[in-house]
Design a protein around this ligand. Structure first.
Ligand SMILES: [Zn+2]
Length: 254
């Protein structure tokens, strides 16, 4: 943050892409060929406050995708990404965990001093997952959570004048989105996995009455619908957390 400025900047740090994400998974209950694929991207986001350094999510490791035969392109490790900003993992004070799916927390234990800010219900679900969620988790998932210094919160939480965590469940039990006051207004990094086309769906879906769509990965579609609607209503700038096209403008937001 510049001294005296009354807003923050967001630095999107892309770690890897998934070159072959099934597009049908983006649009719950809507017809789409199972063959269609889109590219998505996995990021962490750096935000610097006057007295603390935040990272939104700890991020994926590309080798995990490659091990699962996901066609993935490794861009950089979280450490390499921070190095480019003149930082290292040891400098981060807080990792804000949007949600505890493995692609958002795999690097959590790499931060030697950071506290991990998470919603209570999200941590409870991560530690005792819903049986069908459990089947999809990597075998070492419980290890990823071990030894993490949790800072547990419940519901909407104002961190400071420029940074607020917004409870947006649905994709997961206790997801949270991150609202940041930037030079372009209130930017919200979604705490539920989505892409730009969820907010601007294909014309044929709009014609059917879907102003926006929700992904098929959720624990509660009604909650995910309400969370998405809340982000749309309150954000000046929506940052869908897996949007590939953010890559075009990775320097900073705001
Ligand atoms: Zn995700």
């Amino acid at each position: 943050m510049m001294p005296g400025s009354n807003h923050y900047s967001i630095y999107p740090l892309p770690l890897c892409t998934n070159e072959s994400f099934p597009r049908a998974h983006l649009h719950w209950m809507l017809p789409m060929s199972s063959e269609e694929r889109v590219r998505d991207c996995h990021y962490v986001w750096y935000i610097e406050g006057p007295s603390a350094k935040y990272l939104v999510d700890a991020g994926i490791q590309a080798e995990r995708f490659i091990a699962k035969n996901v066609k993935s392109v490794h861009i950089q490790t979280v450490d390499e990404a921070l190095n480019k900003l003149g930082l290292e993992v040891g400098d981060i004070d807080y990792v804000i965990v949007t949600h505890a799916h493995h692609d958002h927390i795999a690097n959590l234990r790499q931060f030697p001093k950071a506290k991990a800010i998470i919603q209570r219900v999200e941590l409870e679900e991560a530690q005792n997952p819903f049986p069908y969620a459990k089947l999809r988790l990597p075998p070492d998932y419980p290890e990823l959570l071990k030894g993490v210094r949790w800072e547990i919160i419940e519901g909407d939480t104002q961190i400071d004048d420029n940074l607020e965590l917004i409870f947006t469940p649905g994709h997961s039990a206790g997801g949270q989105s991150v609202a940041v006051k930037t030079a372009q207004g209130k930017a919200i990094i979604t705490g539920f996995c989505c892409m730009q086309e969820n907010f601007d769906p294909p014309a044929e879906f709009k014609k059917r009455g879907y102003a926006f769509t929700i992904g098929s990965s959720h624990v509660n579609p009604v909650a995910l619908y309400e969370s998405t609607q809340r982000v749309i209503e309150t954000a000046d700038v929506i940052i869908p957390c897996h949007e590939y096209n953010n890559l075009k403008d990775v320097t900073k937001i705001g």
